[in-house]
Ligand binder design. Structure first.
Ligand SMILES: [Zn+2]
Length: 118
């Protein structure tokens, strides 16, 4: 077994990301400005999760972590709170179903359509 081969340092995700940013014009999905190597990138959900968006690449866009995403997240927090409130997910828990009165068990309908006492 050879021992002279030096183990190369693994390429980190940060290095790959910077290479992308260097090679291609990556534009922030929020402000439309270039994202440069070394800048912190975050992935924004075009349609936020709480609004029914999902983790698919078509719903994700690179954005500046600061201030773009920070600012949007602050707005999202507000919007999310409202959606949750409207859906009844906070405070009092899920809204209870309205109890139906059910069927009248003291009466029955005959095959002919005539309603009679049981
Ligand atoms: Zn931006």
């Amino acid at each position: 077994m050879s021992t002279h081969a030096t183990k190369r340092e693994a390429i980190t995700w940060q290095m790959k990301q910077d290479a992308f940013l260097y090679r291609y014009a990556i534009i922030c999905g929020i402000c439309g400005g270039d994202i440069h190597p070394g800048q912190e990138v975050e992935w924004d959900h075009v349609h936020s999760l709480v609004m029914g968006g999902s983790h698919v690449f078509t719903n994700l866009r690179p954005v500046h972590a600061d201030p773009c995403h920070k600012r949007k997240s602050a707005l999202d927090v507000k919007a999310n709170a409202k959606v949750k409130r409207l859906r009844g997910l906070t405070c009092n828990g899920p809204k209870k179903k309205i109890q139906s009165r059910g069927f009248d068990k003291t009466k029955t309908r005959k095959f002919s359509g005539e309603v009679v006492a049981r």
